[in-house]
Unconditional design. Structure first.
Length: 634
């Protein structure tokens, strides 16, 4: 049995040998003839020549051994529904769905956009898509038509798979209306919209010829058996859009074989799950955590996965622990924000259910503060492990490896680089490696390990430009996070180096929110910054300059204007991007070259020192921001 250190060292020193061994965890139709092709840095191709399929690995290959075992456990506390599918039943449903998509001519390399609530049909659609060798692009249901339209225009999907509505906190979200609006805004509308009608919207509007009812199509393919399409390892499995510095989200492209191997390996070395057990990941299929650890990771590993639609506190704050107890969940994955929400509730809910099946609780997506980690770990009596990763990496970049060695936990730290990642902390300006306890940019020396993004969809140059060009004369992958390493080698993440903010574990670009706010005809200029929040980690706060400021004369006029801005953001981006506050000011603080001083605005909004203001063009802007956040103007 290797130690963490030996295991990690081998993954760097004998990269190919290490991953050749890990690749045995999945099924290959044809074996690969090269572990890694790195002839065109920074593009890495893993398991070259090998053919495989994600759906086969997640479903079909388990049939001989576990057809009767649970695969998908669906629980909705929004509708009161619960449905369980064995691997055999999942196979049947996925085949029906695959036959439907095939009948609509979806084939290898084609894209399908999935805009779905947390229902089993969303999982069937993802698996059916990859079964055909088609590429899915799942868009989170919290996004609205404008965001949806920009993703349609970039991915140019042949089909769009959606539902009548989602539910959150007992409130219906009418997906179909948002889809119709997005298609109206789009330059590349899909040929068909397949609608899964779950009966929340009794009569969703259907466009004749374009929109098709899933139930009716499914009924024609009840006994369908559609063979999987074997893909070369590097062929894309999916695109997942994520926010960056610009207003235009990037399509993170994932391969097939490398991703399957990376997930299978992580289920063993990181999550310590065993085939036949149950994993419960509380994310949403619209995020990377949902892709990797609600859908593909556990299923590839032969585990049952819980698909939970609902809030952590309804019908009561013990609901998650009730699910853990009922389904003997052994691996759980959630977010710090969710735990902070639970922490505000009556603590007796933590001890009401038998959670002794749980080996670990993993948290990721945003910084995990020590009091939160301690509270949940002590309350449940379960080890809590923080781990750090990104949409781009697809799986953990920094993590302890309890499947290899149980290293001591330091609260506040996601521990060490995961195997396969040659992590370096670099000085922002010089690019030199920083020493212990010195702050640097978290970077990875390429090639990136299997499972990480292969490129930006359709934009190889943007992939290189965005992620590999931060340091002159040095080809390294930049995470855009600050980090520090202590004397014992533990890493601590100190926040983003760019304009990305993290709201309740949801990654948002401030530029995207600014563009949404600017859609209001009375907005002249706006700056959005992320401001610390005790529950959500960060919330967006907008500082806007109006063209006509006459309505600001009264508090009621000011409030009405703020509501109008909320409404345009809800319409464009969705509630996920709505600022916590919109402050109206007369001018934004800018440098003499016209650059908005976002970091200074953020510092003032958080009550910190705004730092060096010598490049400021006009001190009035800073005073305006200060006045707005301290309420002097209000
Ligand atoms: O800033 C880091 C933060 O979330 C970003 C990635 O977000 P996303 O692409 O949505 O992927 C989430 C996958 C778990 C990172 O650049 N982040 C993620 N995990 C942590 C974190 N910050 C601190 N601690 C973490 N454990």
């Amino acid at each position: 049995m290797a130690t963490y250190r030996e295991f990690h060292q081998r993954s760097i020193d004998d990269r190919e040998g290490f991953w050749r061994d890990e690749a045995a965890a999945i099924d290959w139709q044809a074996p690969f003839d090269q572990v890694l092709d790195y002839s065109r840095p920074p593009f890495a191709r893993w398991f070259v020549g090998g053919t495989t399929n994600l759906c086969h690995n997640a479903v079909d290959r388990h049939l001989p051994t576990r057809a009767g075992q649970k695969a998908l456990i669906y629980i909705s506390t929004e509708t009161g529904q619960a449905r369980t599918y064995t691997f055999g039943e999942l196979h049947a449903e996925v085949n029906r769905c695959t036959a439907v998509l095939r009948s609509l001519c979806l084939g290898r390399g084609d894209r399908m956009l999935i805009y779905m609530p947390m229902v089993p049909e969303a999982v069937f659609a993802m698996l059916a898509c990859v079964r055909l060798g088609a590429i899915h692009s799942v868009v989170f249901g919290g996004f609205a038509s404008h965001s949806l339209a920009s993703r349609i225009d970039d991915a140019k999907p042949k089909l769009l798979f959606t539902a009548d509505a989602g539910m959150r906190g007992g409130k219906a979200l009418h997906y179909k209306g948002l889809v119709d609006e997005a298609i109206r805004l789009s330059a590349h509308p899909p040929e068909h919209v397949v609608l899964f009608n779950r009966g929340i919207d009794k009569n969703p509007a259907m466009t004749a010829g374009r929109d098709l009812d899933y139930a009716a199509l499914r009924a024609q393919h009840m006994d369908a058996q559609v063979p999987v399409t074997w893909l070369e390892s590097s062929e894309p499995s999916y695109i997942l859009y994520t926010s960056g510095t610009t207003g235009k989200p990037k399509g993170v492209q994932r391969d097939t074989g490398g991703y399957a191997v990376a997930l299978a390996a992580s289920m063993q070395h990181i999550y310590c799950g065993k085939p036949g057990e149950t994993m419960f990941t509380t994310s949403d299929i619209g995020w990377v955590v949902g892709h990797s650890y609600i859908v593909y990771g556990p299923l590839i590993h032969g585990m049952a996965t819980v698909l939970y639609e609902g809030l952590p506190i309804r019908p009561d704050p013990g609901i998650w622990w009730q699910i853990v107890a009922e389904h003997k969940v052994s691996v759980m994955f959630s977010s710090p924000t969710a735990v902070r929400v639970l922490k505000k509730q009556d603590p007796r809910y933590l001890g009401q259910h038998d959670v002794s099946s749980l080996r670990h609780l993993f948290l990721a997506g945003e910084p995990l503060d020590e009091p939160t980690a301690r509270w949940i770990s002590e309350g449940l009596g379960v080890p809590v492990l923080d781990h750090y990763w990104q949409t781009e990496t697809g799986w953990a970049l920094l993590s302890s490896l309890p499947g290899v060695e149980a290293t001591p936990v330091k609260y506040g730290s996601p521990s060490f680089p995961a195997y396969g990642y040659d992590v370096k902390l670099l000085h922002e300006a010089s690019g030199a490696e920083v020493g212990a306890n010195e702050k640097g940019v978290v970077t990875v020396v390429p090639p990136l390990p299997p499972g990480c993004m292969s490129t930006v969809w359709g934009q190889d140059d943007r992939f290189v430009q965005t992620y590999f060009s931060s340091f002159k004369d040095k080809l390294v992958y930049t995470t855009f996070d600050w980090g520090i390493r202590d004397d014992d080698g533990y890493y601590f993440i100190l926040g983003r180096t760019d304009d990305v903010i993290n709201v309740a574990g949801h990654r948002l670009g401030t530029r995207e929110i600014e563009e949404a706010v600017s859609a209001h005809p009375n907005i002249a200029e706006v700056a959005v910054v992320g401001v610390h929040d005790a529950i959500k980690g960060q919330v967006p706060m907008a500082f806007a300059v109006l063209k006509d400021a006459s309505m600001l004369a009264t508090p009621a006029g000011r409030r009405a204007m703020e509501q109008e801005v909320f409404a345009v953001v809800d319409k464009a981006l969705g509630p996920v991007g709505r600022p916590a506050r919109v402050h109206f000011i007369a001018s934004l603080p800018k440098t003499r070259s016209g650059k908005v001083l976002r970091r200074s605005i953020q510092a003032i909004a958080e009550g910190r020192d705004p730092g060096d203001l010598t490049t400021l063009d006009d001190p009035g802007g800073i005073d305006q921001v200060r006045g707005a956040v301290t309420g002097v103007q209000e």
